[in-house]
Design a protein around this ligand. Sequence first.
Ligand code: FEO
Length: 397
Amino acid sequence: MSMSAREIKKGVFHVGAQDWDRELFDELIPLSEGTSYNSYFITDSDKNALIDTVDPTKTSILVENLKGLKVDKIDYIVSQHAEQDHSGSIPKILELYPQAKVVTNAKCKEFLKSLLLIDESKFVTVNDGEEISLGNKTLKFIFTPWVHWPETMSTYLKEDKILFTCDFFGSHVASSELFVGERTDRALEGAKRYYAEIMMPFRSPIRSNLKKIENLDVDLIAPSHGQVYDKPELIFEAYRKWTSDEVQNKVTIIYLSMHGSTVKMVERLIDDLVKLNIVVEPFNVVTMDVGKLAISLVDSATVVMATPTMLVGMHPSMAYAAYLFNALRPKTKFISIINSYNWGGQAIDQLKGMFSSVKAEVIDPVSVNGYPKVQDLDAIDKLAEKILMKHKEIGVS
Ligand code: FEO
């Protein structure tokens, strides 16, 4: 299913593809709303440029869209990011438009040569802040590294005040509506999920990049996934909040239970925290949507992991969740652990060793032998009170 090219400003066209059916990205991330690979064609008095291409599974849609516009030459293919969902159709475009040059930075060039076997002779290498004229329109390249690879850059179409940002400000959404328009809640939900799953580990460089671009005179933010922001401040403000050090009076509980002991303690903790007016977001590792967990981690002050013992240690599914938590590097301030065991196990020490990338204080793990008894539930009550105290200390409760 394809859609024709659509003009977003005079001489600037969306020629990318919606991927309505894709269910998983990176073989990990569930895509509840599909995704899109946005590519933009700019035509001007002297030169034509294409900003990014599309995933190789959708090359034919890009080619049809260019044909529909009767594009007879492309001078520049601007590659803002080497990951194949944006670069994967460059070889086909070079085949169809052999005079085209791939415009990118030195690092991205090396990645493209390695990933797509593009010949050195095809590249024009640009520096941070460099400009290329298309005639009446000017492309200015602004390096925005680590969103989420080291070579990423943005492109500012000066006269039209459009900032093309590739993954930066993206969202995995397939939509018939090109612009965010008035449906801002839907757009921000998708953007937050995308930020949480992909960008969160790079909070610090993203803050630097935000400072670098937020003073540009911008009418449109045109990412390479999701919709075009016709009110740039909406997404700037959201990113400022998500990348800030600010956390909420909230506890994310990641748990699973085999025979009912662990979940009994989790239920007690939820009950306690609710009574203390703390927001609780529990995720059963076995059935959770990874994206929803990631969203919860964007601003939770505390994360509690609750696992039974299996194979003399934490349950393997908890190891997956803990690994993911550490890799996402959320701004969590406090971590606690609940473990149930019978004849032995190392779950708590194992879990404590898995948080090396998260700068959080570990508070009062609770370890329970067998089914929780009165004193065990008392320990859970104390943990809830300790969490409240810690939240008060950092001023969120
Ligand atoms: Fe959308 Fe990092 O590729």
